[in-house]
Design a protein around this ligand. Structure first.
Ligand SMILES: Cc1cc2nc3c(=O)[nH]c(=O)nc-3n(C[C@H](O)[C@H](O)[C@H](O)COP(=O)(O)OP(=O)(O)OC[C@H]3O[C@@H](n4cnc5c(N)ncnc54)[C@H](O)[C@@H]3O)c2cc1C
Ligand code: SF4
Length: 310
């Protein structure tokens, strides 16, 4: 792990943006640090400047904001279960947050950090000497994908457990950067390119997550992992149907971006499953095989359809 040369602690978004602008190309924002610090230990993150955003109070708190429930990006995953406003309308978000890692980790990890955590791959999330021994891959300045032997694309996977739940619930996110503020559907930030998995500008700060109120969601959530106690996902599946019959499926763990399938409750279920499996460009870079994870999409979605009486 490299020692940072500069550790900055802004107390406002404006101050953070000024610090980011002054350190372009050499900084990383730090929230709970549970993803960033592990990546630094493994030599996959080497920014000499860390901007610790945890003292920015405007990034905390939960409130009603017009048609949305606004959740500050620094809200702690383990704490979400105590929030009545979330439990009432969006219990799937709590289920997803509690599926992340283990209790100790969740007491530090933030919702914003979970949405933006780095993509993973069995051949990338290893120590530097391990990676050097087998040869560096496309995601760490090598010229070949160790998993596929291809030279063009990296399929490191989106592993956020809360992202599929939020996407299925039609969540939007508020982003502030040096160019201003914008509110966008959460799924639009994921590029599908494993080397550069998100399309946010370098200075972008995720300020809040916005969940649409009064949609009467019915939901179901599943996570495939080797150990229930502590494990990244090999497939996370979330589905939400609203009171008007709109249906949205979102998956993580099987593609560099979230796989999203939208429809209505009247759609052919076999076709929805087919679309989800087709969208999942999983490769053999996980403890479970590509074939097994893709087949588990069918299993999880069938379970969800049954639970939701579809
Ligand atoms: C042992 C272990 C197990 C884990 N298991 C899981 C798991 O099961 N599921 C899962 O989803 N994740 C898992 N993680 C990954 C990680 O802990 C979580 O994703 C966590 O939610 C990240 O949140 P954080 O606040 O610690 O993020 P950080 O590490 O602080 O940041 C993560 C990324 O987001 C950026 N960032 C954070 N907040 C903001 C913001 N507001 N604006 C702009 N950029 C921001 C950072 O610059 C960084 O790129 C695990 C990690 C470990 C070490
Ligand atoms: S998918 Fe290939 S290029 Fe991407 S991190 Fe894994 S081994 Fe590297």
């Amino acid at each position: 792990m490299i020692a940072e040369k500069t550790y900055l602690i802004p107390t406002s978004v404006d101050e953070a943006l000024k610090m980011a602008k002054a350190n372009l190309g050499s900084f990383k924002y730090l929230a709970g640090g549970t993803d960033v610090m592990v990546n630094r230990f493994q030599g996959n993150e080497e920014s000499p400047c860390l901007i610790d955003i945890t003292k920015i109070n405007t990034l905390k708190g939960i409130s009603k904001d017009g048609k949305f429930l606004r959740i500050g990006s620094l809200e702690i995953l383990e704490e979400l279960k105590y929030k009545k406003e979330i439990a009432e309308e969006f219990p799937m978000l709590i289920e997803a947050a509690l599926a992340v890692g283990a209790p100790l980790l969740r007491k530090t990890a933030t919702l914003g950090g979970n949405i933006l955590c780095e993509n993973r791959c069995l051949f990338y999330n290893q120590s530097e000497w391990w990676r050097e021994a087998i040869g560096f891959c496309l995601k760490c300045e090598g010229d070949i994908c160790i998993a596929t032997k291809g030279k063009k694309a990296c399929f490191s996977e989106l592993v956020s457990d809360t992202a599929p739940a939020l996407i299925a619930l039609d969540a939007e996110i508020e982003i502030v950067d040096v160019n201003g503020i914008k509110q966008i559907p959460i799924e639009t930030i994921y590029t599908g390119d494993g080397v550069h998995p998100r399309n946010l500008s370098e200075t972008a700060i995720l300020t809040a997550i916005l969940l649409p109120l009064n949609r009467g969601f019915k939901t179901d959530f599943h996570k495939l992992r080797e150990r229930e106690s502590l494990e990244f996902t090999s497939l996370t599946s979330a589905i939400a149907i609203d009171k008007n019959g709109k249906l949205k499926i979102a998956l993580s763990g099987v593609d560099p971006k979230a796989v999203v399938v939208e429809g209505t409750v009247n759609d052919d279920k076999a076709l929805l499953i087919k679309k989800a499996i087709k969208g999942a460009r999983a490769i053999d870079n996980d403890m479970y095989s590509r074939k097994y994870r893709r087949e588990m999409i069918r299993v999880f979605l069938n379970r969800s359809f049954k639970k939701l009486n579809l």
